[in-house]
Design a protein. Structure first.
Ligand code: GLN
Ligand code: ZN
Length: 803
């Protein structure tokens, strides 16, 4: 890394020469002003304070809002955001970060990579075609959706192939820039960079699976060149190109591609200044690549694991730093909800001053990942409210830091003192320091996380206790969340239904769910989770240490917003959370009813987690609280308990080097939650995805007796992979794809089971759907589960006939 940056050619390429496009801008003529630190953000929440965007888009889909109405709402929300940012003191506002659905889909439109199957729709009506790509239609499947790096935001995956022809469509970017400029803002378009765009893409349907979209780089760059020229013509002085994909582990070919991309874009004659941006993890070996590139600026993340780049920068400093470049320093965490340590950030910023031509201040990434405004929360304890910073507050922090950096700290002395006071109140609060929780966590030993007997000895004891046939059937936990259930919850909240009335509705639902399962012939029953609105929120509401918000909405995908709970303090469980309903369900049947909990890793992954202690410690506290619940379930007679960990894979760190540590605490937390039970109590877990190749050994480390997994769509490949990895315990590879309304017939399920039997011996194979049924309707669920138990019976008979 150092050898490369010591290359004399580096400095040559970095020296701004007279031909750089912006040499004659007013900014360049006033060197003093150009040294002043400016405040900026990479992106802002799109939805509006009242989630107006969601309402407008969904209204449009339902025909209640016209296209014109939707465009007006969108334009107003963008204008409000710009005004909010400018009024807060942000010097340069982002544009193009707004989206009706997803900014990666917007990029697909911008580069003309509309999939073949959507082209007619897009040509007929660009807006409807756009939504068709996002959501599909009766006839055409949508683009696939997946997580944006390790966040809970989902983007639409570009589909590319050797025949992809790109064509520039800068209209959205240029239009939104013009809006901002017309209002007199200094504005900077923010685009997904070409390398990240290609690295996020997958081969289009029908294209060989080993096709690498990155091979399309040479075709894509001219399109970016055209967009850049257009944006310059529209008045852009700077354009930001986001390359978070470079913060993951990248091989030489990928780094070379990045170097080539930014050399070519940098050498364009007709372009705005370029700001290459990265976030979510350290740039590491990609840092010298971008530092060397002939671009005018770098935006870097200096929070969390990305702070490791400070060392990389210090190394670069020995060879000249980032001469002539603008460094946009992301010192305010754009992914959590906590106030910044302003003094610490100022010292980081100050240390960067010598490195670059100018240091500006920003959040680490787009503020898309946090709620809009902490000040509107009325029900949060005022003490905790002092510790919270959502998008608006983070913007204020960035502005204060830029001012402090430019003018010295005198002007922000009051702010700094208030900040120190709030930080001190947080670190000394009873909420964040519960002596009982701390003592218990410190006393944890290795043995607490280990079952009393190994699986091979537990299995016969469990079989005897549960009295199960071979290939036992079960479900993942939830049954359809019907309109009546949601209405009952709304009635309860609105006071139209009292607690007893609500409880009676839930009890009735449980009776129905249990009796259906008995009729359908399932072996291990569930209560159906009718009392749970959300598998994390339900527990967060019952655990001490968690805080709920009223308006803390964050975009998950498209028009779906979630309100993640805030894990603010030490966690404990004041009272049992699930025992009553589980016991009630068990009282309705002679068959075993499986207890159902959300695991510690998932409880963290889908919350905003405290940043004042390592995640490992927070996970351990949650695990101990769940351990109490597991113990109470067991004591009340529950013979099988499932602890769901659907998020285990998704919070895997971007960089492989950080994964062992993560997997160590994640698996320890699971074992701590579950390890205290008797040998004949069966622990289940569930994960809803098929790509877990990189965590197979961690899955084995959980030492759950039974794991159910998504497999229906990958045709039992999961069973093969687990078998190949030597997974020793019981497995239920999903035989019914609940993500689709299609009901599989029993022949199809039976043949999947036969396939699975090729990989997993009958004594260790379970039969189940591949995820919870809460999003499905009763008629299909009824049929599908009957087909499933049918298929299990058929295959059992085949096995019995053979032996
Ligand atoms: N028990 C949960 C359910 O059935 C699990 C959901 C999940 O893993 N996403 O809904
Ligand atoms: Zn699932």
């Amino acid at each position: 890394m150092t050898a490369k940056s010591a290359d004399p050619a580096t400095n040559a390429s970095k020296t701004p020469d007279a031909k750089t496009p912006d040499a004659k801008t007013p900014e360049a003529k006033t060197p003093d002003a150009s040294k002043t630190s400016r405040a900026t953000v990479h992106g802002y929440p799109r939805q509006g304070q009242g989630r107006e965007l969601k309402k407008a888009v969904e209204g449009y889909w339902k025909g209640r809002v016209t296209a014109e109405g939707l465009r007006e709402t969108a334009a107003r929300l963008r204008r409000d955001n710009r005004r909010q940012l400018a009024e807060a003191g942000v010097h340069e506002v982002p544009t193009g970060d707004f989206s009706l659905y997803d900014h990666v889909l917007d990029t697909t439109v911008m580069v003309g990579a509309v999939p073949e199957r959507h082209r007619a729709a897009v040509e007929a009506d660009p807006l409807d075609g756009y939504f068709a790509m996002a959501r599909g239609t009766q006839d055409v499947a949508p683009l696939e959706m997946t997580k944006w790096f390790d966040t809970n935001y989902h983007y639409l995956v570009p589909e590319l192939g050797p025949d992809t022809v790109f064509a520039a469509d800068p209209a959205k970017q240029a239009g939104e820039l013009s809006e901002a400029l017309a209002e007199g803002h200094d504005a900077r378009p923010v685009l997904v960079g070409p390398v990240t765009y290609l690295l996020l893409a997958k081969p289009a349907p029908g294209v060989a699976a080993d096709f690498e979209p990155l091979t399309l780089l040479d075709r894509l760059l001219p399109v970016y060149a055209e967009v850049l020229a257009d944006l310059r013509a529209a008045g852009a002085r700077w354009v930001q190109l986001d390359e978070p994909a470079l913060a993951a582990d990248r091989g030489a070919a990928e780094l070379d591609a990045a170097a080539r991309a930014y050399r070519e874009l940098g050498e364009l004659a007709d372009r705005p200044k370029l700001l290459a941006a990265s976030y979510f993890d350290r740039l590491g070996e990609a840092l010298p690549v971008l530092a060397k590139a002939p671009v005018e600026g770098l935006a870097m993340d200096f929070t969390g694991p990305a702070a490791a780049d400070l060392t990389g920068l210090a190394e670069l400093a020995r060879t000249g730093g980032l001469p002539g470049k603008r460094l946009v320093a992301g010192v305010v965490d754009g992914r959590n909800v906590w106030i910044n340590d302003l003094r610490r950030s100022l010292s980081t910023l100050t240390s960067l001053l010598d490195l670059a031509d100018r240091v500006d201040v920003a959040p680490s990434c787009s503020l898309l990942h946090v709620p809009l405004d902490a000040a509107v929360e009325r029900d949060v304890d005022p003490q905790i409210a002092r510790w919270l910073a959502f998008a608006r507050q983070k913007t204020e922090e960035v502005v204060a830091l830029a001012q402090g950096l430019s003018e010295g700290t005198d002007g922000i002395a009051g702010l700094l003192d208030a900040n120190s006071g709030a930080l001190a109140s947080r670190s000394s609060a009873a909420l964040t320091r519960d002596p009982a929780v701390r003592a218990r966590s410190e006393a944890v030993t290795d043995a607490d996380g280990r079952r009393s007997l190994p699986y091979a000895e537990r299995a016969p004891a469990q079989r005897a206790r549960l009295d199960l046939p071979p290939l036992p059937t079960t479900t993942i936990g939830s049954f359809p969340q019907t309109g009546e259930l949601r209405a009952a919850r709304a009635d309860l909240r609105a006071g139209r239904l009292d607690a007893d009335g609500y409880a009676e509705r839930i009890a009735a639902e449980i009776r129905d769910v249990v009796s259906f399962q008995e009729q359908a012939g399932l072996d291990v029953l569930v209560h159906g989770e009718p009392e749970r609105n959300d598998m994390v929120q339900y527990f967060a509401e019952r655990l001490a240490g968690y805080v709920a918000t009223q308006h803390g909405w964050v975009q998950s995908y498209g028009t779906r917003y979630v309100r993640p709970p805030i894990l603010a303090g030490d966690v404990s469980r004041p009272a049992p959370m699930t025992v009553e309903w589980t016991r009630y369900a068990q009282s309705q049947t002679g068959r075993p009813v499986k207890g159902m909990l959300t695991g510690p890793v998932t409880m963290l992954a889908w919350s905003f987690v405290r940043d004042d202690q390592p995640r490992a410690e927070t996970a351990r506290q949650v695990a101990l609280a769940l351990r109490d619940e597991v113990a109470d379930l067991e004591a009340s007679g529950t013979a099988a308990i499932q602890v769901d960990e659907p998020a285990l894979r998704e919070t895997l760190p971007l960089r492989a080097g950080r994964r062992p540590e993560y997997l160590a605490w994640a698996t320890e937390a699971f074992r701590l939650a579950t390890g205290g039970v008797r040998a004949d109590t069966q622990i289940h877990t569930h994960m809803c995805y098929a790509e877990f190749g990189d965590i197979v050994s961690a899955i084995a480390d959980l030492d759950a007796d039974v794991i159910s997994l998504e497999a229906a769509r990958s045709h039992m490949q999961v069973a093969d992979e687990l078998a190949a990895a030597g997974y020793p315990n019981e497995v239920g590879p999903g035989v019914y794809d609940i993500h689709s309304p299609r009901v599989p017939d029993s022949h199809e399920i039976a043949s999947l089971l036969r396939k699975a039997l090729g990989a997993v011996p009958a004594e260790r194979l379970w039969v189940n759907p591949d995820c919870g049924l809460k999003t499905r309707g009763w008629p299909e669920v009824r049929q599908a589960l009957e087909h499933m138990t049918d298929a299990a019976r058929t295959v059992r008979e085949e096995i019995a006939g053979r032996s």
